[in-house]
Ligand binder design. Sequence first.
Ligand code: PXL
Length: 282
Amino acid sequence: MSSARPQVPLTIAGSDPSGGAGLQADLKVFLRLGFSGAAVPTAWTVQGPSGLKQIKPLSGRDVKAQLDALLADMRPCAVKVGMLPSAEVVRAVARALHPLAAKKIPIVVDPVLRSSSGRRVLPKDDVAIFMRQLVPLATILTPNIDEAAELSGMSVDHVRSDTEAVIRELLRAGARNVLIKGGHLSGKESVDILGTRREYVMFSLPRIAQRKQVHGTGCALSSAIAALLGKKMKLDDAVEMAKQYVHAAIEGAKSVGRGSRMLDYLASPEESEFELPEMPTD
Ligand code: PXL
């Protein structure tokens, strides 16, 4: 047993009482990857696995107060940013993360613009502030196709036909790396494209046929990337391993009642560069 001070990743995200997405999901991912994480809520939501009913944003002041108190006492090893419900919350988070970005703490920004069911999360008028204030702090930005289109001002068709141009646009906005998730495209493979300032890398895994929807896969992927970057893994290895973990978690997803299946957070990535604890099988 090491007696070194434990490293703590932080998620700044919405609360999903179903545990399928948001900060509850992020904390489970952190724990699976070996961390006891910290979490600052930005909103609480009303939902069960069958869908999101309401989003109740916290005020910018309340988010700021939580971040100030936490960051005065400890420095996280990595940060994941998920649901941001308003411009005032975007500002509070950007201000608090500025000093961490300056110290090169990895910051994974998952631009949750809409919920899985299509409900708007960040009002359209507030997207410009998100682009200006938060995107430049991102070590990696992880939009899906629709989010990439909205953030870049390009059409969804353009994102599909010239993903690299869209990545270049988002890099120009200040993100250091961009991962466009193709999971929402149909096709036999689920292909994600990572664009760095030097190269483009494709990650492809077979798409899993699901009889019932799962939600929260974007949350799980971004928090897994944050945790692995917090372990000082190289970015493309972290993305690859996070994707393998989420793939295994989708394969093992189980129904917990009505609505979406719950990801199998205890799943193991196919090949682990890091020794992860074995999980019991039943
Ligand atoms: O999957 C996007 C998402 C993120 N965060 C919270 C959510 C959802 C979708 O429902 O509830 C809290």
